[in-house]
Design a protein around this ligand. Sequence first.
Ligand code: AHG
Ligand code: MN
Ligand code: MN
Length: 334
Amino acid sequence: MTKIVTLDEFIITSQKKYNDATGSLTRLLRDIGLAAKIVNREVNKAGLVNILGLDGSENITGDEVQKLDIYANEKMIECLGYSGECCGIASEELEEFIELPPVPSKKAEYVVVTDPLDGSSNIDVNVSVGTIFGIYKRLSDPSGPVQSEDFLQKGTEMVAAGYVLYGTSTILVYTTGNGVNGFTLDPTIGEFCLSHKDIKMPNSGNYYSVNQGYYLKFDLEMRRYIDHCSDLNLRLRYIGSMVSDIHRIMFQGGIFLYPNTRKYPQGKLRLLYECNPMAMIIEQAGGRAVTATLERVLDLEVKSLHQKATIVMGSPDMVDEMIRFVEKYSATVG
Ligand code: AHG
Ligand code: MN
Ligand code: MN
């Protein structure tokens, strides 16, 4: 029988490989693993909302039923407070970053950025959703309060990033900058178990993922590239949760695009807690992630917590080809 490696065990063993590791990142990742299990439990119950009560109403036990993205946000905050390694959180669900209360005798060295529930509109119809996170070392003096400069760091400064996909099974995928590993939740033992070791994405693939409903609102060069995908008979898949769409591409190869549209001139996805963590994972798996104006996503300056960015990411050969289209067709405009 093959030995099961749990997420906790894997994180601890990986930490031992680095002599200067203090264990604090390990404890932080374990906090996130716990939050993922709690959110998973609630996501699985979401279909029962009509029985247990609608959002904003009271459920059977008299508690107010919360929207799942708010619930996921609260659980992330709660769990990240356990180990005392995280001093602050920036989240899609929080207008401003928050500071976590210090844990006695702990020096909190990290901040976490998160989209606690990605693809939340899928919840109502039993379709996959996710959680995204990124971890940075704080820059400010640890004896003082957490500062905005701690969060407004380039993606290249991230020390770890990951996502959880609540799909037909629940999988947590993360990187600390030394490759990407995936852990599937075994509900019978309540543990994330190593299921996908050292994930490397295919150089090319048969899938493209874009909201084709916005086609007429894309710039000419993007339309030409999407026409090209269609000419090649690539398969269009769009779930409406970037975690789910990118997860398919990670394993089967392909390209995910959220370019600028007339409605969203800067794109829709958020740089800090959506684009950057997913870009780090994609790059670590051998892929590429650039903006619609061809800058590397991880190199972008982060000026505000909720800043948007356009994004094209996926298999390296396909992103390179998209770049050639943009270079060719944007040169013919104006
Ligand atoms: P969220 O639920 O966190 O707001 O994210 C939804 C995002 C992303 O996951 C998805 O790719 C995109 O919005 C879908 O947007 P469109 O409906 O505009 O295609
Ligand atoms: Mn999202
Ligand atoms: Mn969200």
